[in-house]
Design a protein around this ligand. Structure first.
Ligand SMILES: Nc1ncnc2c1ncn2[C@@H]1O[C@H](COP(=O)(O)OP(=O)(O)OP(=O)(O)O)[C@@H](O)[C@H]1O
Length: 328
């Protein structure tokens, strides 16, 4: 079963300078029990995508068309505010870069972990036992006494692990992890990624993992969705997309062999130029103004093409090279 299926999603923001088309025809799946990485430069629409899934778009934002199917049943774009509230947390949970966004500084860790289970129907002692079990799972030393401590009494890495424990406590079907390791140093980042891998396997949830760190995506994810200027430009398994990138944008991102780079340079390389103003999208390919492989066909609208089973790219060049291959 597919945990999340986003198809033809379009999000617009109204701004003083006119309508801004932030997400255009975004389509991808998060299959059951898989970790899907979302990668792209700042401004490519990652936050807008998360907010659209969670029903938390800003007041000036609007989903004009498209579908976000959760567990093959509910179209999240059609749910009421109340219905979305019921899903957020227990069924679709989140973990962000700053764990303090999830932790209340004036409540003990135990109180917070017990409060999260408000609908479990269990006694307080059972909830406390579950909290200790989760703290052990995320490798917090001395988990029993950790319940009585406050967030500021833990290191940054431990706070993030507690936030992860809280987000997985109700065994959600989908965890949305937005740059959860970016603020951590390299050693803690590796440990946190290994932990996420372990927990995902144990709990059996799907994960949408947002990162601008290609090395982390390669390490953790099975599938990857490459976004540019609010469009999905390429998607497929990490193996296919990273070993045989078909969109010029993906190729630019990957052009330096990650294996030969240091931890620091494995983050997204800077590509000359900027994401276009999304109030004035180019008629043709949105990446064309920065593309080194630009040709006249790029001035026409691009549609997504399957380049191999499960591997798609939104680039007219894909067909051209395929056609060249056939005629050679
Ligand atoms: N409330 C808003 N009103 C107007 N424009 C918005 C709003 N929110 C986002 N945008 C625009 O939508 C586009 C996508 O923004 P978004 O924040 O989703 O990108 P992002 O990839 O998450 O970037 P970052 O990594 O910097 O947070 C940008 O052009 C941004 O300016």
């Amino acid at each position: 079963m597919t945990t999340l299926s986003v198809s033809g999603l379009n999000v617009w923001f109204s701004t003083e300078d006119g309508p801004l088309h932030a997400l255009k025809d975004v389509t991808f799946d998060i299959p059951e029990r898989r970790i899907v990485g979302i990668v792209g430069e700042s401004g490519c629409g990652k936050s807008t995508l998360i907010n659209a899934i969670l029903g938390l778009l800003a007041d000036n934002g609007e989903i004009r068309n498209g579908e976000i199917l959760f567990e093959g049943q509910s179209d999240l774009t059609k749910l009421t505010r109340r219905e979305m509230q019921d899903l957020r947390g227990p069924r679709i949970s989140t973990v962000f870069q700053d764990p303090m966004g999830a932790l209340n500084p004036v409540l003990s860790v135990g109180e917070q972990m017990i409060n999260i289970q408000y609908r479990s129907g269990q006694s307080k002692a059972e909830k406390a036992a579950r909290a200790i079990e989760m703290l052990k799972l995320v490798r917090i030393p001395d988990a029993d006494s950790a319940l009585n401590r406050y967030p500021h009494q833990f290191s940054g890495g431990m706070k993030q692990r507690i936030a992860i424990a809280m987000s997985l406590m109700m065994e959600p079907a989908l965890l949305i992890a937005d740059e959860p390791t970016t603020a951590l140093d390299a050693t803690l980042e590796v440990a946190t990624i290994e932990l996420l891998q372990d927990l995902q396997e144990q709990i059996g949830c799907s994960v949408m993992f947002i990162s601008h760190h290609l090395g982390v995506i390669a390490e953790l994810c099975q599938d990857v969705v490459v976004m540019y200027a609010g469009e999905v430009v390429e998607r497929g398994t990490v193996r296919d997309v990273f070993h045989d990138p078909r969109h010029p944008y993906t190729r630019r991102l990957l052009e330096c062999d990650p294996a030969r780079q240091t931890e620091r340079t494995r983050v997204l390389p800077t590509i000359p130029g900027e994401i276009p103003d999304l109030r004035h999208r180019p008629e043709g390919c949105v990446f064309a103004p920065r593309c080194l492989e630009r040709h006249p066909g790029c001035d026409m609208a691009q549609s997504e093409r399957m380049v191999a089973p499960g591997h798609a790219a939104r680039c007219n060049l894909v067909d051209q090279s395929a056609a060249e291959g056939e005629s050679a």
